[in-house]
Write a new protein. Sequence first.
Length: 229
Amino acid sequence: MSSIEYPKLMSVVVFLAKCPLRCPYCSNGELLEDGEEMSLDKVIDKINNEVDFADAIVISGGEPLVQYDAVIEILKYARSLNLKTKVDTSGVYPDKIKLLLETELVDYIAMDVKAPFNKYSEVIDSDIGDKVKESMNIINSYSDVYLECRTTYCDELLTESDIHQIAKEVECDLYTIQQFRNRSVLDPKLEDVESPLPRDIERIANDIKEYLPNTKINMKTAEFGQKTV
């Protein structure tokens, strides 16, 4: 259960294992290859145990669209309960995102924008910037689906100028800058890297408003949770 994964709503969050990426700051590394094997019926049972307290279902990962069929079945069940639906994604599968949107089963997509589109190889060692941009454009063609783009800010990997460039490139309803934390990371080199200070993230968030005049901007930190700037 979460009060923050779907803004303003209580949600049941389902984490699906497997991801084709290996982002150095990944905090769910245990899900990249394997998770706890569970039947769809058991997932439904777990949802039923919490549904009286929930307004939404969020599917996260890993990269949930690796298990596309399971995502669809969970979303169908959420719809049968009249719950709002959200999917978290890296944007690596634009074709699957298009199929997902055609089902009309999702209300909200949160998509990671990990770097300026031309710097993905440098930042996460995967040249998928064009795919992420394509995914963003596909989602934006569905006016009834809310799109959040979000970037994890680790100043070991991204500069402030990179955040400015991302802000110039994204088109979304909400842009969130997330504070990097070193509690659980995939790359051991980041274990001793300190988290950026909330005041620095807030300053950057205010600086990029000029590029996103019609977009809500949030910052998310361990100290203050989620905050609109």
